[in-house]
Design a protein around this ligand. Structure first.
Ligand code: AHR
Length: 632
């Protein structure tokens, strides 16, 4: 093999935002992840209306001790903390003889992770109707009840909400910690926003980020941070309560829900099936981007859903409200402290503007016409007031196959500055499509590759991604930004894989794809030097399959042994031993070759009926490494 580089040649120049990260609250990436809060359901807003498995006490267990008695329940009534934080904990304490009643929080995953000698900031809003006040004791202990720190004692006074807090310092390290709040005496004591933060957050920020996770992102030196989604952005809100859905209260991610004092922020049941506290909100996103020297790139809902939900709102007033919200967002980021939203930013601790330059409208909308009509409305309003802002459009759900060419054409015709493309494919696709952008119009919109990943169960995903990134760099005059997705995954709560960084409650680790991203991001060149390659062709040339793969190939016995599919040249393309099972469906879980449908239907990652999976002549395989898996 020979690679010839022309050092005097002038290829594309790489930009400061060439590579970045995409943070979405998927895989429990925020609460119990990047957001450093250690208590789950701190504001008692987990409700059955969001998810039938939830109760106001999800994450909490009522407890009593030393002969104490009482009752713990969650209530939404006129005594609530505020209109957006409605449900609170009501402890009816009945311990006249010195005992206590209370609640224990089990944190996320195996428990609250605690480090010996480190400081933890506890805070709570409380009120009591006990005339002499209610003594509270805050105790850190392990799952077996062994104390881990000296208790914190405070006395709640008066029947109006007030904040109480203090520091707890564990004497031992544990990843199965628990926090118990004990109320002594008799009377009704109400608690809300029960919170525990490590003092040691990323950059020491209050309401900050978990240090190891934020540091792993910082170590990439990303040029931008796209947030907050993804499918998370668009879905929800405009359709109201849907009793049939499992998480009917899920609303589109609306930035105004996520700013201001944390106790006044809304919570949300999100698209991925769990609750968000919004403690990690727009201020924190902007702050994080600034802290790691990255450009903030927010995505606002386009009022057309994607991600399998093909709906567009016809509600003009709602659309106008979202357009206004987007203008207000720009004011929040960049406006003077004398403006309404710039003033809020200053109140939150950042008088200096964040310097927002780009806003993306929407994510993977399935209805191109409706999406684009809305996009143009957003763009026109932003251009009128903030002509300097780049408004990023997108190219539909999965652009790998050119399904949404029409939307691309619209973007081009409308002179859109930048289009967000997404695709997830197998490694062979990434190898074979290295030249994808060579043919892109140099005068058309620039590309923001906002989501991509090689999806395969094997380790060579990252190699395929790295090879593909050389194609992105070669075309850096067109592909101005690229981010792998998703960024984070909680090992016990995963909706999507593969992911870049994995974590549990106290540890985190990067995948090989993380290392690949780090390699590229930490070594962004200035300019591509043209090069040529000579050598024998690889094994990626299409090889038609004859005989095909179908039921008759597998046989009818309940044990499938030595299944083989051969190419025309007699090479074994596929062979496997399925140990038993009357498989009535075949799921191609590891489509490590590229499968292109010639004249039949084929869904790469969905389970498909065996007789529609693959038939003779319907596919070509482009390498010799196909794997199918039978499932019942
Ligand atoms: O990255 C995971 C999901 O993939 C995103 O939410 C969505 O935009 C895409 O379909």
């Amino acid at each position: 093999y020979t690679i010839t580089v022309n050092p005097a040649g002038r290829g594309a120049a790489l930009g400061p935002q060439q590579y970045g990260v995409f943070f979405e609250d998927i895989n429990y990436a925020a609460d119990g992840g990047l957001y450093a809060e250690l208590l789950r359901n701190r504001s008692f807003e987990f409700l059955p209306v969001d998810n039938r498995a939830f109760t106001g006490l999800t994450g909490w267990t009522p407890v009593a001790g030393d002969g104490g008695a009482g009752n713990a329940s969650t209530v939404d009534d006129d005594a609530r903390l505020n209109e957006r934080n409605r449900t609170y904990l009501k402890l009816s304490a009945n311990s006249p003889a010195g005992g206590w009643t209370g609640v224990t929080n089990a944190g996320f995953d195996t428990g609250v992770p605690l480090k010996a000698g480190a400081a933890y900031d506890f805070s709570v809003f409380a009120r009591t109707d006990a005339v002499a006040g209610t003594p509270l004791e805050v105790v850190l202990h392990d799952a077996a009840g062994n104390p881990l720190a000296a208790p914190l004692r405070r006395t709640v006074q008066g029947d109006g909400w007030a904040a109480y807090g203090g520091t707890l310092t564990p004497s031992a390290t544990s990843d199965v910690g628990r926090l118990t709040v004990r109320a002594f005496g008799t009377g009704t004591v109400r608690l809300d926003m029960v919170s525990l933060f490590p003092r040691d957050t990323f950059k020491g920020r209050r309401n900050g980020l978990r240090k190891d996770l934020a540091q792993k992102v910082a170590d990439l030196h990303p040029g931008f941070v796209r947030f907050p989604g993804g499918c998370l952005v668009n879905t929800g809100s405009m359709y109201g309560y849907d009793a049939a859905a499992n998480y009917p209260r899920a609303r589109a991610f609306q930035w105004k829900d996520t700013v201001g004092p944390v106790e006044s922020r809304a919570t949300n049941a999100n698209f991925w099936g769990y609750n968000q506290s919004y403690g990690l909100g727009y201020y924190e996103y902007f702050q994080f981007a600034e802290d790691i020297g990255a450009m903030a790139l927010p995505v606002v809902p386009a009022l057309v859903t994607g991600c399998g939900q093909n709906r567009a709102t016809g509600d003009e007033a709602l659309l106008r409200r979202h357009i206004q919200d987007t203008l207000d967002l720009i004011e929040f980021a960049n406006g003077p402290v004398t403006s309404t939203w710039g003033g809020l930013r200053a109140d939150m601790g950042h008088p200096k503007p964040f310097g927002l330059t780009h806003v993306a409208v929407g994510n993977e909308e399935n209805l191109p016409n409706e999406y684009f009509a809305n996009f143009l409305r957003f763009r026109a309003a932003i251009a009128q007031r903030y002509p300097e802002i780049v408004v990023v459009s997108n190219s539909g759900p999965d652009d790998a196959g050119g399904t949404f060419d029409d939307l691309w054409a619209k973007n081009k015709a409308a002179g859109v500055q930048m289009v967000d493309e997404h695709y997830y494919n197998n490694p062979a696709w990434f190898l074979q499509n290295n030249r994808r952008y060579d043919a892109y119009d140099r005068n058309g919109p620039k590309v923001f590759l906002g989501e991509y990943a090689s999806r395969d169960a094997k380790w060579f995903n990252s190699l395929a991604e790295g090879a593909y990134m050389t194609g992105l760099e070669r075309n850096a005059d067109v592909v101005r930004m690229a981010s792998y997705a998703p960024l984070f995954a909680n090992i016990d709560n995963t909706q999507w894989r593969p992911d870049l960084i994995w974590f549990d409650n106290d540890e985190s680790w990067g995948t090989t794809s993380y290392q690949m991203q780090k390699l590229f991001m930490n070594n962004v060149g200035d300019r591509v030097l043209p090069s040529t390659f000579t050598g024998p062709p690889g094994s990626t040339d299409p090889k038609p399959i004859t005989g095909g793969i179908g039921l008759s190939t597998w046989g009818t016995a309940s044990t499938y042994d030595d299944v083989k599919v051969t190419g025309t040249d007699g090479t074994v393309l596929f062979s496997d031993d399925f140990n038993g099972g009357n498989a009535d469906r075949w799921t191609p879980v590891e489509p490590r070759g590229t499968w292109s449908v010639v004249n039949g239907a084929y869904a790469q990652s969905d389970a498909v009926a065996e007789d529609t999976l693959v038939k003779a002549g319907n596919i070509t395989a482009t390498d010799y490494d196909l794997t199918l898996k039978a499932t019942k």
